[in-house]
Design a protein around this ligand. Structure first.
Ligand code: SAM
Ligand code: SF4
Length: 477
């Protein structure tokens, strides 16, 4: 191993980027890089960027400006790489706009990072004073996952009991507002056995909950050992069977790809969490058609009903876009109506942001900012009320939480409910990574809190609401 250097990675955007950042860190660990949480003492800074909306992309340039200023003030020599979807979409433009950058690398080339960095370093030192630049944004044919290093046991342990695993990348749906098909490329599914190997390794390192991720995860069709395509339901079942894995989630799904088997998996598999992120984007059929979403509101209602029938305690979350070109007051009213009919436990909503190169960016009927603002305000107010009502309905409910990390105060741990709510409980650190049965006692806007009734760590121990609090204090002392 070469000499130790410090690496700082900052990720913007979605879970795919969080996963990619971990795999880049694991790959560079082999080259002697150790992670630091400050850009100021890093030898290498990687900005792992998001291009989905204009604001997300602009953040990168302001961060690069800040980095350059800090470098100049401290007289520091630091390598800077821009990765992720802005790198893919804007390539050489980044080098033109941001002088601090040494390397631009797209999401399909992360496995080449060690050699690209070595080349960028050599170029930089080869030209006295001038910074030579390197841009790698090809879509190579090899499976990058074969070349990215897996995490060590130590790295898995540090990241806690939940993990993302990318199972599918890219998208062939071509919604007219979206850059993903251009930045992440065509849809590709990883083979089943490779995903299972990764899950086994994670479980061996103490991971209990796996979230299978992909831009269009329920279009998964990776090959099984016999060379036949396996669907997401099959993959979920196989992942849930891995010893140590207690919970499985998947995201993000497209309504069109919610097949019968996947819906049945929600009925038959207790390990599959009763929480489904199913983006709908709009409640207006006219707008859904203009978005090329390949589903209408009726299909969305039908899927929600079928999933609810299969798993009555399921809760839904979704993504919404307001102010798509040509969206009228009536179209927006249809979105509000859809939200009212379905009822969401949580949701993400965005003002439409024209993305260069996408069909919607050139459509007539682009809406002014004040119309978008008024609509997003109204939609978010409704979604916030629904979230508050859902959380409130959890008061007094009993469910398992996965204890993930210490809380703010001594003796507290934070776990996640089946619905991804943070739940604060009194419990000793040794219980992290175990499932605990809780009864929800209090509900606030940020989190729930509850009393532990039992669970894996507490089996056979004399716990009750108050007795346990005393016991945790003793264990902490
Ligand atoms: N594949 C997923 C799907 O089909 O819904 C999500 C992909 S994207 C990473 C996450 C969300 O960003 C989308 O669901 C959409 O709501 C939002 N989004 C994508 N492009 C957008 C744009 N141009 N303007 C505003 N929001 C956008
Ligand atoms: Fe983008 Fe649509 Fe593909 Fe989702 S399904 S990634 S919104 S093109």
């Amino acid at each position: 191993m070469s000499e130790q250097r410090k690496l700082y990675v900052r990720s913007f955007g979605c879970q795919m980027n969080v996963y990619d950042a971990q795999r880049m860190t694991d790959t560079l660990a082999r080259e002697g890089y150790v992670e630091t949480d400050s850009p100021d003492d890093a030898d290498l800074v990687i900005l792992n960027t998001c291009h989905i909306r204009e604001k997300a992309a602009e953040k990168v340039y302001s961060e690069l400006g800040r980095l350059r200023k800090a470098q100049e003030e401290a007289g520091r020599q630091q390598m800077v790489a821009v990765a992720g979807c802005v790198a893919q979409a804007e390539g050489a433009e980044i080098i033109k706009r941001a002088r601090a950058v040494d390397l631009v690398v797209g999401p399909q080339s992360y496995h080449k990072l060690p050699e690209l960095l070595a080349e960028a370093e050599a170029r930089r030192s080869g030209k006295a004073g001038a910074r030579a630049k390197l841009v790698e944004t090809e879509f190579p044919v090899e499976d990058k996952f074969d070349f990215l290093a897996p995490p060590t046991r130590e790295a898995i342990g540090k990241r806690g009991p939940t993990a993302f695993v990318t199972v599918q990348e890219g998208c062939d749906k071509f919604c007219t507002f979206c850059v993903v098909p251009y930045t992440r490329g065509a849809e590709v599914s990883r083979p089943l056995a490779k995903i299972l190997d990764e899950v086994i390794r994670l479980a061996d390192g103490g991971v209990r909950e796996i979230t299978l991720i992909g831009q269009n995860v329920n279009a998964y069709h990776g090959l099984d050992a016999a060379g036949r395509p396996a669907n997401l339901a099959e993959l979920v079942r196989r992942v849930a069977d891995v010893p140590g894995i207690a919970r499985v989630r998947y995201t993000t799904s497209h309504p069109r790809d919610m097949d019968e088997e996947l819906i049945a998996a929600h009925r038959d598999m207790p390990a599959l969490m009763p929480y489904l992120h199913l983006p709908v984007q709009s409640g207006s059929n006219r707008i859904l058609a203009a978005m090329n979403r390949k589903h209408d509101r009726e299909l969305f209602f039908e899927i929600v009903a079928r999933v609810r029938e299969a798993r009555p305690d399921i809760a839904f979350s979704s993504d919404f876009i307001v102010g798509f070109p040509g969206e009228s007051d009536e179209d927006f009213a249809d979105t509000m109506d859809l939200v009212g009919r379905v009822g969401f436990a949580s949701a993400f909503s965005f003002k439409y942001s024209p993305r260069p190169g996408t069909p919607a960016a050139g459509m007539e009927g682009q809406l002014p900012e004040d119309v978008k603002s008024a609509r997003i305000y109204a939609l978010q107010a409704l979604l916030d009320r629904q979230k508050a009502a859902f959380d409130e309905a959890c008061r007094g409910r009993r469910f398992d939480i996965l204890l993930e990390k210490p809380g703010r105060f001594p003796g507290q741990l934070i776990g996640r409910s089946p619905y991804l709510q943070s739940v604060v409980v009194e419990a000793p650190r040794e219980a992290i990574g175990t499932l605990a049965r809780v009864e929800v006692r209090e509900v606030s806007t940020k989190s729930l809190s509850g009393d532990i009734l039992g669970g894996e760590f507490f089996a056979g121990r004399p716990i009750g609401e108050t007795r346990f609090i005393g016991q945790s204090e003793k264990l902490e002392a």
